[in-house]
Design a binder for this molecule. Sequence first.
Ligand code: CDV
Length: 305
Amino acid sequence: MKSRALTVSAAQLGPIPRSATKAETVARLIKLLESAASEGAQLVVFPEAALTPFFPHWFVRDRSELLTFYETRLPGPETQGLFDAASELQVAFVLGYAERTAANRFFNTAVLVDELGEVIHKYRKIHLPGFELKQEGAPFQNLEKRYFEVGDLGFGVRRWGNAEIGLAICNDRRWPETYRVMALRGAEVVCLGYNTPALTPHLPESDRLVDFQNHLSMQAGAYQNAMWVIGTAKAGTEEGVCQIGGSAIIAPSGEIVATARTMGDELVTAEIDLDMVTRYRRDVFNFSQHRRPEHYSIITDPVSL
Ligand code: CDV
């Protein structure tokens, strides 16, 4: 069988300062998109909340300041250039951003934009970590539960070209359901971005394991669901919060085929074989032949048998 090859890039970002304008940040994204196109990439994955610093790390008292972090439409005046670049370069991309809807609802969102610059898929983050209330004494906040609602679009899958694409965002990658639901819907590639602090103030024993657990989650998701995973970090120290890098492209075998080496703006590019998904799903992860969900609940007390 002929292999379905696709060249993809994880476009890792270094920190975005609070003082940066959206125009400056979008210029960084366009530069990465241009470099990716010159490397032959057809799909580029940007991080979670790629247009702003990761503002849930702060308690923002002033509502008008808080609202500046959200997009009310995409493309909007500040992001149009990225969409234009995509259609000029004929490159699709995945962009994470903070969304404010017309009905004044707030989501941590990612979109898949095709090579014509059209939004063809949207996902709103379901697994929101952190807290609703300010954590007094914490070295930094994670107030995602304060600033966003739980996503209401489920884990959808969208056909793009000859690939089935699913989207997830950051903390979603730690939950097996994320990958399994999309795999059951036929996803072949899951694209996700993350902002992950290097320190876990509420579970310090895991500090030494943060990089390991990042890759562990994505590699397990890829292997156990026979899919490609493209994970893209916002890395480096952003307004005093040190975030991990480690952006990676991971095969259905669970192997990392390419990974970031720096904590700054960096492209991680690889040619991926979509038929590897088909081969793994025909064998060890042939869901219809080997998966037995109807037997997973115990209905009899095993001791009485
Ligand atoms: N943005 C995130 O979802 N970050 C979480 C941190 C807070 C643990 C993550 O899972 O990486």
